[in-house]
Design a protein around this ligand. Structure first.
Ligand code: ATP
Ligand code: LTN
Length: 334
């Protein structure tokens, strides 16, 4: 609890270009939660280097992501929007928690297996312990809720297990967090293969809508989206491509799948696809304009970075000091 409010933590990596999946599955849900909770939204740049990065590029993407958080509507005066690397407590707690996490647990993580297969030439220890750093992110702020897409549930379960294990030994040190998965847009699928999630690291640019795509590109990608030969528009698992388009449509318009089914009843894919494209454009265009405006205001963004890093450090240090004491580190002499 901070000032009587429950705490929320979430983060995104600044790797690759953000997709519509990231926006609908994560960022958009964050907006609805920011009044109810004391929120920490981190640009998790430390997680990004588990995969080789170009330094200048990473710096630029991290700043763009931080700007995007604000452009999407998160008020940086109310929400703590900051870079993970600006708070050393993340790394310090991560080390301690790694001593309370079993190899067997980390071995079961599907994201590790996927990423290891994808980057077979660089299966580094950081990639393996990635979920421990994520647990540290969350536990450092005593978060009650963590909004994530379904793909992150396994990491969250691990976080809970580590927190409970620690608490069982040392008493109630950590708040055990709950996942928050939004109802619509929880899993947006690839436009080229609706059995896989839309991912910013997909090699096929037609598989994903990027948040900075222009309207023509968005339309073109939707027109090329993989569907099926059923010819009818139903919200059903038997038609994953259509279901995904309807999910996107609903997440952008606020309609329910039933309402959307009714709207497109008797219509063909040739009508559905541009309608989804238009719905997405009407969501992304104002977002892109706001990113452009904020990016021009360097002093403002810099001040946010500074103030929020201080705020994050304040809360992080509180938890860290408590944990260090519990595990038996000697007190600092001041
Ligand atoms: P990568 O392709 O590099 O693994 P990613 O696109 O999966 O990246 P992350 O940085 O891992 O993106 O995820 C950021 C947030 O977006 C997470 O909360 C994640 O659950 C959510 N998210 C990612 N992809 C989707 C998707 N297709 N649908 C819904 N939510 C998603
Ligand atoms: N692992 C997450 C990003 C992430 C995160 C977090 C999400 C890092 N730390 C803490 C929620 C809470 C991902 O790849 N999407």
């Amino acid at each position: 609890m901070i000032d009587g409010k429950k705490v929320l933590f979430s983060g995104m990596q600044a790797t690759g270009n953000l997709t519509l999946g990231n926006y609908l599955g994560a960022l958009k849900n964050w907006l609805t939660l920011s009044d109810e909770y004391e929120c920490f939204y981190s640009v998790v740049d430390m997680h990004s280097i588990t995969i080789r990065q170009n330094p200048a590029e990473l710096r630029k993407r991290a700043r763009n992501l931080l700007t995007l958080y604000i452009a999407a509507g998160l008020d940086p005066k109310k929400n703590c929007i900051y870079y993970q690397s600006h708070v050393s407590g993340h790394a310090e707690l991560s080390w301690i928690l790694s001593c309370f996490t079993y190899m067997g647990e980390l071995n079961r993580m599907t994201q590790f297996k996927d990423k290891a297969a994808k980057h077979a030439d660089n299966i580094n220890a950081g990639l393996f312990t990635y979920p421990v750093l994520m647990a540290a992110d969350i536990l450092l702020y005593q978060a009650d809720v963590v909004p994530v897409g379904v793909d992150q549930m396994q990491h969250l379960e691990l976080t809970r297990n580590v927190a409970e294990r620690f608490n069982n030994i040392y008493g109630d040190v950590f708040t055990v967090p709950e996942a928050y998965v939004g109802k619509v847009g929880a899993k947006i699928m690839s436009l080229q293969d609706p059995s896989r999630k839309m991912s910013k690291s997909d090699e096929n640019p037609n598989a994903s809508i990027y948040l900075m795509d222009d309207p023509d590109t968005i339309m073109r990608k939707f027109k090329r989206a993989v569907t099926d030969s059923e010819g009818c528009i139903r919200y059903s698992d038997a038609q994953p491509g259509i279901k995904n388009l309807l999910d996107i449509y609903c997440a952008c318009t606020g309609k329910t799948p039933q309402e959307a089914e009714k709207e497109f009843d008797g219509k063909g894919y040739g009508e559905l696809k541009p309608a989804v494209g238009e719905a997405v454009i009407s969501v992304l265009k104002p977002l892109q304009e706001e990113v452009a405006r904020l990016s021009g205001d360097k002093a403002y963004i810099d001040s946010i970075i500074k103030e929020n890093a201080e705020k994050a450090n304040y809360y992080a240090s509180k938890t860290l000091r408590k944990v260090q004491k519990k595990v038996g580190f000697p007190e600092k002499i001041r």
